[in-house]
Write a protein that binds this ligand. Sequence first.
Ligand SMILES: Cc1ncc(COP(=O)(O)O)c(C=O)c1O
Length: 427
Amino acid sequence: MKEIVPAPPAIVRNDYESIRELFAKNVVPSYGRFEIVLSHGAGSYLFDVTGKRYLDLGSGIAVCSLGHAHPAITEALGEQSKKLIHVSNLYFTEPQGRLAAEIVKRIGAGKCFFANSGAEANEGLFKLARKFGHDEGRFEILTATNSFHGRTLAGIAATGQDKVKKGFEPMMPGFRHIPYNDLEAARAAISPATVAIMIEGVQGEGGVTPATPEYLLGLRALCDEKKLLLLMDGVQCGHFRTGKFQSFQRILEGVPGGEKFLPDGLSMAKSLGGGFPIGAFWVRAPYQDLLGPGTHATTFGGTPLACAVALKIFSVIEAGKLDEQARKLGDWMKNELERLVQMYPTVVKNARGLGFMLGLELADKIPAFAVSDKPASIQFVNRMHEAGVMTIPAGTHVIRLLPALNLEPQEAAEGIAKIEELVKSLV
Ligand SMILES: Cc1ncc(COP(=O)(O)O)c(C=O)c1O
């Protein structure tokens, strides 16, 4: 897709201070924000209120699957909003049914529930697990160290990172953490109360760490043996980002036994709506009717408008073979990042990820960063902003690249060149 990138307005009005003031006075300061006030975007470019242009390699933390201001999304919003924006889930609507069918077609036999965010999709899976184990008194869900599953009370209890829990204790009971990619630790952690194991196919907030094929296949066998549900959080790593619809499909490609692998439940959000809020979870066929009438609901889940946008995104990705593009270009970018690791080991020490979900790990002590007590990842991202490129920090030392699926080859090259320039300057 060719985007026409608009030139900044002729007279640039600097609204930076006044907007910052509105936030300081009126918006709960729960986010650590960068000092940038954005005004508009087109394709993989964003513009701030001063007219500065940024190449967006973060896409709203893996959300804007078709970049910014994509005409197909604008059209879907316009067309559907003229017909029906919202009706209650007391009734049936065509877009929700069709979207569920699109998801089921790409994962396997089962059914979908629609929500509004990733955290909410995970909440639904936690309820599914509790319902599954209820009559036997089983309720405990094992999740991984360094995982991220959302900011609701159950989400922070499920998340394997202390920083999200601090100040909100006591945690909701029923979650314990196990080391990621360690099958024996999972087996050892199972108690009589355990009902499910939930993992991300590729840990995102934890620093871009893919599950190994052995871990996925081993967890499947373990869950079958112990009568546990295997739940996957595909909120960040899903929706073609790794080059396949879901990350497990990419991780297990060509692996003996991999073609038969399915989790029992899988959450989605982020790229599913390309920026329009929607979340969903898929449940494998044997458990698809566990949540019967009256057990789970949300007012805005699966509105005709959200589903029409998500359906349009599926068709644009399919028509443009954007999954293949993400895979090819993402693998090229990863090779380039690996080259930087070879060339500048005192600045970058590891490159990892799949497709358009990439992580670049910074070296422990970068002399230029010693002057500030901000984490190295934040300092690196700030300098990338100065260079006109948006990247996303993960933890204290990892930089994430999560571009739109329609990123163009020359844009990928531009991003890599700017990253290399910065890395070189930090040697
Ligand atoms: C893996 C994962 N799960 C869940 C969430 C929470 O999604 P949301 O912010 O839409 O609630 C996120 C958000 O970053 C995520 O990366």
